[in-house]
Write a protein that binds this ligand. Structure first.
Ligand SMILES: *Cc1c(COP(=O)(O)O)cnc(C)c1O
Length: 549
């Protein structure tokens, strides 16, 4: 009998046991624990069920709204977890799951994450983290060096400086982007003379001080939605998040960017920051960072690079140059839970100027005292886990060259997959991979040809039907559960309109060319289904209809 069955009685003795007695290896939880220790990939493979239950069915297991009155057995609860959570989870580590940015993890992340949980350090202050604080500061310095490559004598001065931080470790790219814009905002409205700064007087007072009517952030239409949240949160307003159109390669159009800046000037709105993207979430493209750096300098505004996805490309000797200009950014976001292969919940933002984060510095009497090395004085978040240990582990174990291999493999596989799509006449590549992300759609050759000299109305009608094909195709493939690609809607410059496209992210090193061929083969099979054939039939008729233009 598992020892912790005792915990099912609410008395002091059982309470004591759940804090002290480890789970027996022959108990249900003990067995799960052992199974993921022995072979986590095998465990996921066997316990995640491929066929989806409907969300309604799943919700039924989570519909009670009262906290259980009585304790339960750990084993009983673990059974519940196996059946209702594990079985109905998404197998994000599967090599055929190429639709999102979440992929497989190196095996050592799991035991180290458990160690992290066991230690339960809180990075907000040295008093609850001790060695974890210098370790995290080192991780931030390493990332800073990867991005900025400042001279070697720069780092010893700043790495463990009690007054400053080279960056902020946070739960992901969203908080990293918010932090970057928060710093930019506070530096734009820094205290001077009688003006006590936006931190004290708020946005209205700050604008009055500058005689301005607003502040704006400029980013391409491919910008991540976290900038919308940041604009809302920081008082910028979503209307002042200016989304600049992109060119044929999904990169910000510089001429339009400059036009937008002129329009802001006419409205007496100050550009707070220009954001360049290094690896757009949907298409993996990189903005012209050098040109953006030049322009940001010209108009004297903060230049932020969102490299949440593409940042680790800096590890690659072959592809690093794609990000040229990133080293001129005032701040750079890089997600660790994406291409650093750390479990979910880790991102970072680094600042070129080691004093930049002072703009959001805050202190409290019981912790975060002046002169302490507490990292919490320079972060948006308060209590934080020791996740940086897992980044440290990745940097140490995989190393620059290991990450380089992962990056190079992903980019080359994407180029190869693009070739595979180009070789299928009934598929259309809608965005060329620059990194390891690409988009495409199913579009019969005949429709593609008819599109070329069709009137705008006919094109729109054809595209509307193709959108439906794409949507159905993705849905059927997802529900079949063998392989997975995602879908999105993008304005494709060549078509001049927003289209539904399939999106593939190639970050899992276990994804082989055979698996990718399988993805396309399955899609060719799915389009034979009657519901899609009906749409294809309509497309064909439309193509042949001379009256449709
Ligand atoms: C993923 C991503 C983000 C947001 O990161 P989260 O970790 O999901 O908060 C921001 N920008 C880009 C380009 C991203 O790919």
């Amino acid at each position: 009998m598992p020892k912790n069955r005792d915990a099912a009685r609410a008395n002091l003795e059982s309470l004591y046991r759940i804090f002290t007695v480890p789970e027996a290896p022959d108990s249900t939880l003990g067995a799960v624990d052992q199974a993921i220790t022995d072979d986590v990939a095998g465990f996921l493979q066997t316990h995640i069920v491929a066929i989806e239950r409907s969300m309604e069915e799943i919700e039924a297991s989570f519909s009670s709204f009262t906290i259980p009155e009585e304790p339960t057995y750990v084993s009983e609860y673990t059974e519940f977890v196996k059946d209702n959570l594990v079985a109905q989870s998404v197998h994000t580590a599967a090599p055929g799951f190429v639709g999102h940015m979440t992929s497989a993890l190196p095996y050592f992340m799991l035991p180290l994450a458990r160690l992290m949980t066991a230690l339960n350090q809180n990075l907000v202050k040295v008093e609850t983290s001790k060695a974890f604080t210098p370790m995290e500061r080192q991780v931030l310095a390493m990332l800073h060096h990867l991005v900025y490559r400042l001279p070697d004598d720069f780092y010893p001065r700043w790495i463990h400086d009690s007054q400053h931080a080279l960056g902020a470790f946070c739960s992901g790219g969203t908080i990293a982007n918010v932090t970057a814009l928060w710093v930019a905002r506070n530096r734009l409205f820094a205290p001077e003379g009688d003006f006590r700064g936006i931190t004290q007087v708020g946005l209205a007072g700050a604008l009055k001080h500058r005689g301005a009517d607003g502040i704006a952030v400029l980013v391409s239409e491919r910008g991540h939605y976290s900038f919308g949240k940041a604009a809302d949160l920081l008082g910028i307003g979503r209307d002042n998040l200016i989304k600049v159109q992109t060119d044929n390669s999904n990169r910000i159009d510089l001429k339009l960017l400059k036009d937008e800046c002129r329009r802001l000037q006419d409205r007496n709105v100050i550009p707070l920051a220009i954001v360049g993207i290094a690896g757009t979430t949907e298409t993996g493209n990189i903005d012209p960072l050098e040109a953006l750096a030049d322009f940001a300098r010209e108009i004297g505004c903060h230049f932020h690079v969102d490299a949440a996805w593409g940042g680790p490309t800096l590890f690659s000797d072959r592809y690093r140059a794609l990000l040229a200009g990133i080293e001129r950014a005032d701040s750079v976001t890089i997600d660790a839970h994406k291409q650093l292969y750390v479990p979910m919940g880790a991102g970072m933002v680094v600042f070129r100027d080691p004093t930049a984060l002072s703009a959001i510095e805050h202190h409290a009497n019981y912790i975060l005292r002046h002169g302490s090395k507490d990292l919490g004085s320079h972060t948006l978040e308060g209590s934080r886990p020791g996740k940086s240990m897992l980044v440290h582990a990745g940097f140490s174990i995989i190393g620059r060259k290991g990450y380089e291999l992962l990056i190079d493999m992903g980019i080359e596989r994407a180029k190869h997959f693009a070739d595979m799509i180009r070789n299928l006449p009934d598929f259309e590549l809608t965005s060329e991979p620059e990194l390891n992300i690409l988009t495409y759609r199913y579009a019969p050759l005949k429709v593609q040809q008819a599109m070329e000299n069709a009137t705008p109305q006919k094109r729109a009608a054809l595209n509307a039907l193709l959108d439906q094909v794409c949507m159905l195709l993705q849905k059927i493939q997802r529900e079949a559960g063998k392989t997975f690609v995602s879908r999105t809607r993008l304005r494709i410059a060549r078509h001049g309109e927003e289209l539904t496209v399939l999106r593939v992210v190639l970050a899992n090193p276990l994804t082989t060319d055979e698996i990718l061929e399988g993805v396309l083969r399955e899609q060719c099979e799915i389009v034979q289904r009657p519901e899609i054939q009906a749409l294809l039939h309509q497309l064909e008729e439309l193509c042949d209809d001379p009256a449709a233009g």
